[in-house]
Design a protein around this ligand. Structure first.
Ligand code: NAD
Length: 357
């Protein structure tokens, strides 16, 4: 482990600055309690960077990334930017960041806390002790495929879903290795009954499975996977899928955990450099009200401790602190149920820090 770690925080837009502020408080507390030398830098990104530089991913931010060991991102986007040219939209900055750093591995743990089983519309027997990991390919597929655009005076639009064998192999290989460390069960999700890209996806994953005789590989069409995730989520352990399907399936899975405000993610490249962020967006409907749930952002920092900084014990302690606060009945509005104590975004951050001490 390096003596000094630099974490670059990109708060972004909407609730992004609110939830990352709580994560920053937690980073400082963990750093102090465990005597770590963590430096925190901030940079503008997304709509906040558009406001200042007219560009969602300015040079100044790119330079700061070069000196960082991990990035903690809030969320980007907002109505005000929706009518901008594609290159200037906050979401384009996000895609450029993922591509520039080659963050092809997106890890989305779907863990349901028993204390929140009343916050989910799904019956608790289906979700108690749920522990799934969705591995989403993050730098290919429909979000990046060329050609893309409008034609015929903007009366037609098109995108391209494209994957190469090597792109499928590298993400599936990560998923197989993770499955070996967990229950040995891997489900690859595609739409091979309709899409050629998915047929290549399926045959490539099947071929790769020969290297992993201890992993029980299954395949599922994405429409069925969406239904099965709600109907019988415990059948899954590790799920691997392409960019768009992973985006949609993980939002569906968030319902199992009670709120999208609970779910962290890690996006890694081959060197384990990572961008850590909640799976939710900028939530403009609740921004500025002090009610956003900061747990996804705080758990994203726990993932940074584990995956980029090699600090498993500290990550365990932080995850336990979140669990303890939920045990004590503290809830932000999105996960509130009868008899529990409603707290603000910052009070939730403070409660988690108090459990660390
Ligand atoms: P969203 O995830 O922002 O919000 C969906 C719903 O979840 C809303 O009701 C919101 O209030 C709620 N929610 C989200 N985060 C929450 C939190 N921490 N605590 C409590 N409730 C929370 O999705 P959206 O409304 O479809 O998108 C809003 C904006 O975010 C758009 O501009 C979109 O492009 C952008 N977006 C960004 C990212 C990202 O930065 N990675 C991801 C998704 C969407």
């Amino acid at each position: 482990m390096k003596n000094k770690m630099n974490i670059l925080v990109l708060p972004g837009d909407g609730v992004g600055p609110e939830v990352t502020e709580e994560a920053i408080k937690v980073i400082k507390a963990v750093s102090e309690i465990y005597s770590l030398n963590v430096q925190i830098e901030k940079a503008l990104f997304g709509g906040a960077a558009v406001d200042k530089f007219g560009n969602p991913f300015p040079e100044e931010t790119k330079n700061k990334i070069r000196d960082s060991d991990a990035i903690l991102l809030g969320a980007v986007g907002g109505k005000k930017y929706d009518s901008l040219e594609k290159e200037n939209k906050p979401e384009s900055g996000l895609l450029e960041l993922r591509k520039k750093l080659n963050l092809f591995i997106n890890i989305r743990p779907i863990i349901s806390f028993a204390e929140l089983s009343n916050s989910s519309p799904i019956k608790s027997e289906y979700i108690s002790n749920l522990d799934i990991v969705i591995i989403r390919e993050l730098v290919g597929g429909l979000y990046f495929g060329e050609p893309r655009g409008y034609k015929n005076n903007m009366t037609e639009a098109y995108n391209t879903m494209k994957y190469s064998e090597s792109e499928i192999n590298r993400i599936s290989d990560y998923a197989f290795k993770l499955s070996e460390k967990r229950s040995g069960k891997l489900c690859s999700v595609d739409k091979a009954n309709v899409l050629e890209v998915s047929q290549l996806w399926r045959s490539t994953v099947k071929k790769l499975s020969e290297n992993y005789p201890n992993v029980d590989l299954s395949h599922m069409y994405v429409d069925n996977a969406a239904m099965q995730l709600v109907q019988n989520p415990k059948q899954f352990d590790v799920v691997v899928t392409e960019n768009l399907f992973g985006d949609i399936l993980s939002d569906i899975a968030s319902v199992l955990t009670g709120s999208i405000g609970m779910l962290p993610s890690a996006s890694l490249n081959e060197k384990n450099f990572g961008v850590y962020e909640p799976i939710h967006g900028s939530a403009p409907d609740i921004a500025g009200k002090g009610i956003a749930n900061p747990i996804a952002s705080i758990l994203s920092f726990a993932m940074a401790l584990r995956y980029s900084l090699d600090l498993d014990n500290e990550a365990d302690a932080l995850e336990k602190a979140v669990q303890d606060v939920l045990n004590d009945g503290f809830r932000t509005k999105d996960i509130l149920s009868e008899g529990k104590k409603e707290v603000s975004t910052s009070a939730m951050g403070d409660a988690i820090i108090s459990k660390l001490q």
